[in-house]
Structures are given as structure tokens and as C-alpha cells.
Design a binder for this molecule. Sequence first.
Ligand SMILES: Cc1cc2nc3c(=O)[nH]c(=O)nc-3n(C[C@H](O)[C@H](O)[C@H](O)COP(=O)(O)OP(=O)(O)OC[C@H]3O[C@@H](n4cnc5c(N)ncnc54)[C@H](O)[C@@H]3O)c2cc1C
Length: 443
Amino acid sequence: MEGLTKIAELGKPRVVIVGGGFGGLQLAKELADAPVQVVLIDKQNYHGFWPLLYQVGTAGLNADSIVSPFRKILNEQENFYFRMAEVRCIDPALQVVETSIGQVRYDYLVLATGTTSNYFGDKQMEKNSISLKSVTDAIELRNTLLSNFEQALQIGDQAQLNSLLDFVIVGGGPTGVEMAGALSELRAHVFPRDYPELDLKQMDIHLVQSGPVLLKGMSAEASEHALKYLQEMNVQVWLDNRVTSYDGYTVKLKSGENLVARTLIWAAGVTGAPIAGLDPAALLKSNRYQVNEFSQVAGYTNVFAIGDIAQMATPAYPEGHPQVAQPAIQQGRLLGENLKRLLRKEPLEAFEYQDKGTMATIGRHRAVGDIILFGKQFHITGWLGWLGWSLVHILALVSFRNRIAVFIAWAWNYITQDKGMRYIIGKPKSPLKEQEVETKAIV
Ligand SMILES: Cc1cc2nc3c(=O)[nH]c(=O)nc-3n(C[C@H](O)[C@H](O)[C@H](O)COP(=O)(O)OP(=O)(O)OC[C@H]3O[C@@H](n4cnc5c(N)ncnc54)[C@H](O)[C@@H]3O)c2cc1C
């Protein structure tokens, strides 16, 4: 291990938080008035609002509208220290974490590292598909999407043309459904203006879902409406089907059909992003840490895990809480209070998840939501659902600047049916080689 990193010792207990996502950031804020030093370590220098990532990937929003630098969010919090580094290993005996910039000592360690894409061991899929887990992924998707259309203008061969214009999305959860809706809106409103030389009837959008319904985990009403909306928007939905292989061109389906697409978006699952060093018995098959009702990792009293990386089995959630933002935020908030209680030597409070419901938007005036109010579930769809979804997401953004930026982008999009962020900055996933692009005369 390398030497200790240069972080001032304040003579106060040090809480090291690994990961500044929804859980880690909430915890750091909660500890503002605690007699502790808060050290947040993240491999990125910003907090990302992932529910709107697909809009960056489909040219609806600029990346900087959905991210905020940690130093800006917490620069007024006196006990807050940030280090941009990757945490690689934990030594619980020495109470240090090994990072890409050296060791960091802790008194209390909180793991809030979230998840990564799960390809279920399919290396070819991992290599050839585009996932949606980071800003880099979203920008790569946008570059690929727009480059495909630029290249399509130069292609005469029909099969090659189809491979550029067709898109396959794997996974019918909220990300897959929202992505399919956004691509369909581009096809209906934006691309006809940008590419009048192309026949957009040839642009096919396929959504492949392994189970019998979309939006598994939401109500039957929400699933049915999502399917209806996507069908109205000419998205081809393949239920009870699976992609068995993808070589970057041919998509083989379990049902026997082959699709042809140079772009496959992988939204089919996530797995925990644990860090080596803790007792392997604490890590469950799901790659999530087993935690108790106080978020303590099994076998430790000063190591905690919150959010997507934590699996807290309760009678209502025997397999752990859903891997969405609210459990992470609520666990971060309670752990902040519990750490203060721990320092005051008071009993800790057990976590109880307050489910507020789930929403997904499919396109303009089309959204579904299962909302829980006063202990009762309400279903909203259509225009009301879409308005509710928009409001909830604007309010949930971390900074005022981002709220304004997103509001303006959406208002502009609503009035003009335009998506203004159609830049190709950087490279697409797999650009066509020069010899693959025929030179078609411009007529
Ligand atoms: C595309 C997409 C759409 C989504 N849509 C929704 C939605 O509509 N509604 C909803 O509720 N949820 C949604 N989610 C899920 C939601 O974003 C997660 O449940 C939530 O982010 C979990 O919060 P977290 O704090 O556990 O982890 P995250 O928010 O994922 O944060 C983890 C942080 O840890 C950092 N990190 C990881 N490993 C290391 C390491 N070794 N060293 C240093 N730093 C590290 C990462 O850089 C990251 O900043 C979506 C997720 C994605 C990807």
C-alpha cells in the first residue's frame, strides 16, 4: 500500500464515505452539524442525476444539466473534505482504504458505491453494446446515434442502411422504456427535419424484454399503459424474448429471429460495485453487502453500506430494497442521524423505507406512475402522469442551476418539438471504416 494521502487531521472522528451518489451525498449533507470530519471519495468529481441520463444520450439535455460538482454542492460545509480517487481495497484491521491516490484512514467507513451494468458474463455483449451508467456512456450513445444518421446519408446498400437506422434496446425496465420513447420522438419530430434525404420509415426501434410485461415491479395498469404508448409510437416490443448474442451487427433473439443493428443499448440489469477487503461472507450473491437495519455491514460495527450496494432484508423487502434513488436517499439521511446518535452513545434507529412510488415517462403527454400518498397507491397515466413526472424530476435535481437549465430545455422542446443538443463530440461506439462508406453523389 502507498502512504497516507494528505488530508488534514482535525482531531475529530473521521467518516469516510465512498461514493457521492444519491446515498453518499445525502449522508455528507446530513453530517454538516456533526462533530466529525467528513471525507467523501468518488472517482468522479460530480454527483450525477441518473434518472435523466437517457435524455443526454438522446440529445434532449446537455450533460452539465444533470451533474453538479461535489465541491460546489458542499463548499460551505466546514467539516467536508473531497478527494477524487478510486477506492480499490479496504483494510478493516488497520481502518484504512487504499485508493488511487494513497491510503485514507477512517474511524467510520460508509460504502455507497452503487452498481455497474450486469452483462451476465457475456463478454461479446459487453464489448459491442452501449450501456447507460455514466455521462461518458450517454455521450457515446449520442455520438453513435447521430453519426449513424450522418453515415446513412452516404450508404446505398440497403442492409447496411438498415443496420445504421435500426436500434435495439435490451431491457424493458424504466430506462429501456424511456429510451425507446425518446428515440421514437426523435424519429417523429427531429430527424425528419435534420435528414429530409432519408426515409425515416426505415428507422426501426426494437425493445426486447425477457419477461411477459414491461416495467416489472410497477402495477399492471402502468405496464399495460407503457406497452400501449410504445405501440402507438411504433416501437416494436418483444415480450418474453431475449437477445442471445450480438456481434455488433446481428442481434440474435431466443425466438429465432435475427435483427440487424449497429447500435444495441443494454439496459437489462445492474450488479453491485463492491470493494475488495471485507469479509467475503458479508457480500451476497447479488454483489450487495448484507447490512442490518442500521446499515452496518455484517460482521462490522464501524463499516456501513447504503443505497444500491446494500441489501437490507426486511419482512416487506426480503430481497432488499429496490435499487432506486429513494432507498439510497432515505438510508443516507438516517445513517447521518444514527452516526450522531452513535457519537452521543444513544441507541440507533432502525431503517424503515417510505415508498413514495415509481414513475416512467414514454414521451410527450405519455407517462405512467404508481404514486403512494397517505399509505394508498394511486395510478396516474397520460398527460397528468407526464406533468407529474416532469415536476418530480425538476424538483429532485440537486442544484437550482440544473433545475433552471432542465426547465428551459424542456420548455423549448415542448414548444418547438426540437431536441437541441445534437452535437457529435468525441467518437461513436464503432465508427464505420472508410471503405464501408460508399461515396454517394450529392444530388
Ligand atoms: C440510466 C439510469 C436511470 C435510472 N432511473 C431511475 C429513476 O427514474 N428513478 C429512480 O429512483 N432511480 C433510477 N435509477 C437508479 C438510481 O440512479 C440508483 O438507484 C441510485 O443512483 C443509487 O444511489 P447510490 O447512492 O447507491 O449509488 P450511485 O448514485 O450509483 O452512486 C455511486 C457513486 O459511487 C462512485 N463509486 C463507485 N465505485 C467507486 C469506487 N470504487 N471508488 C470511488 N467512487 C466510486 C460512483 O462514481 C458514483 O458517484 C436509474 C439509474 C440509471 C443508471
